[in-house]
Design a protein around this ligand. Structure first.
Ligand code: KG4
Ligand code: ZN
Length: 419
């Protein structure tokens, strides 16, 4: 068994900011690191999902995401602080110099700047130890809102900043055992940990031999798995985000007795010896299947124009099911390959697609059969898709090591890598 962290017990309160995609989220956690485990209490957790706004674009529209983060981040911070009982009305006078610097920092976020001073100048400096912010990966314009907000807060409150890698947040939120709505424990993790990260922007297998140090084992060569779910859903006329929609339909089909074998999609790269993935061919195979059924011309670059209206309802449902079967088979087989290659003792599944019921079920079933001693961590649904608690977890561990970044040097990086 591996014991985590240093010998001293350190208690820290972290305010975390997440704006990497279409969720604006602020969380405040109180963490305590013991010799063998870390106990996290979620004091405040505020999240606004922009999904409804992006639906009409069939995906995340970056300029809209940025505008919405900028508009909502201050009210969400107030909400999280007040839930955490960390907000006290008071006058907080800001010097002219700092005022000027903040205006520069927030010059590209007008609606955030407009709300910043009326908020900050009327509350006491909250009792937190550090600010954690997602610096990447994600959509650069969206990330910048969070990063600039963190820099401005750091300046007025004089608190250090941890620049967090979003994917590390997904790994840690999956490793966290959820004791209750507000209590999480991370401990007794048997290294090496293999992480299958499956989200809208990522599909990768990453190995953690040492705590918070990563090695890339495999990755997608084209589309991310969440992206494939979203695109296939669009082809089938389902709304964004497509993952949960396909999952719902596929679960219903799975329960049907006497299922017919209507479609057979490929399992891309399943027999190749690497741990890499490819999902764009699978997406194209779905497209061809729809085309064959509808007899309409097709063009992969204008998927938006497609709808599977000439397919029967049953055919659409069965195609969604077969797509999910294929994804599940590929993810499982590549992960087994990676376990064999790395001798990992713990498997973590993280990222939004880890909320998928079928994927969770096949991994639970197959791993307990094939590797009975291996522990498998799948995040609680509330921690699977983007949130700020996961950023706070990563922030907490780095703050314990004084792993801070000078606010001036933090750069939002759309394709930041863990390895
Ligand atoms: O991690 P996440 O919230 O955001 C990114 O960092 O990308 O992941 C979002 C992705 C979307 O592609 C969404 O369709 C997918 O996760 N997703 C799912 C499910 N819930 C969310 N995919 C399959 N089944 C689900 N139940
Ligand atoms: Zn994510």
């Amino acid at each position: 068994m591996i014991f985590l962290g240093n010998q001293s017990k350190k208690k820290m309160k972290i305010l975390a900011i997440e704006t990497s995609c279409d969720e604006t989220a602020i969380a405040i956690v109180d963490g305590l690191q013991n010799e063998s485990d870390t106990r996290i209490t979620v004091l405040g957790n505020a999240l606004f999902s922009q999904i409804e706004l992006h639906k009409e674009y069939g995906g995340v529209f970056p300029a809209l995401a940025k505008r919405e983060h900028s508009k909502n981040i201050v009210p969400l911070t107030r909400q999280a602080l007040s839930e955490a009982h960390l907000i006290q009305d008071d006058t907080n006078t800001i010097s002219k110099d700092i005022h000027y610097d903040i205006e520069k920092i927030l010059e590209r976020e007008p609606s955030l700047l407009e709300q910043f001073f009326p908020f900050i100048e009327n509350i006491e400096i909250p009792d937190i130890d550090a600010i954690a912010v997602t610096a990447g990966p994600g959509l650069a314009p969206a990330l910048w809102v969070g990063v600039n907000f963190a820099r401005a807060l750091s300046l007025v409150w004089n608190k250090p900043i941890v620049a967090v890698n979003h994917m590390e947040g997904h790994i840690l939120s999956s490793l966290a055992k959820r004791i209750s709505d507000t209590q999480l424990h991370i401990g007794n993790i048997d290294l090496p940990v293999l992480a299958l990260l499956i989200s809208g922007g990522h599909t990768e297998l990453v190995l953690m031999r040492q705590w918070l140090s990563y090695e890339l084992i495999g990755q997608t060569r084209d589309d991310a798995v969440g992206e494939a779910f979203d695109k296939v859903a669009r082809m089938l006329g389902l709304p964004y985000p497509g993952g949960p929609e396909i999952s719902k339909i596929a679960e219903e089909v799975r329960l049907e007795k006497n299922k017919e074998n209507l479609f057979e999609l490929p399992r891309p790269m399943i027999t190749e010896s690497t741990c890499d993935f490819s999902f764009s061919g699978l997406k194209t195979a779905v497209l061809y299947t729809i085309k064959n059924k509808s007899g309409k011309p097709y063009d992969i670059s204008t998927i938006k124009e497609f709808h599977a209206s000439d397919m029967t309802e049953k055919e659409r449902r069965y195609l969604a099911y077969e797509f999910e079967q294929s994804v599940g088979d590929v993810l499982l087989s590549k992960t087994i390959r990676a376990i064999e290659k790395t001798n990992a003792n713990t498997l973590v599944i993280g990222g939004g697609v880890s909320a998928n019921i079928h994927i969770g079920n096949i991994f639970r079933e197959k791993l307990s059969e094939k590797y009975p001693n291996m522990s498998l961590h799948i995040p609680h649904p509330s921690l699977a898709t983007d949130n700020a608690v996961m950023i706070a977890l990563s922030g907490f561990y780095h703050a314990q090591k004084n792993d801070y970044t000078d606010p001036k040097d933090i750069v939002a990086s759309g394709n930041a890598s863990l390895t």
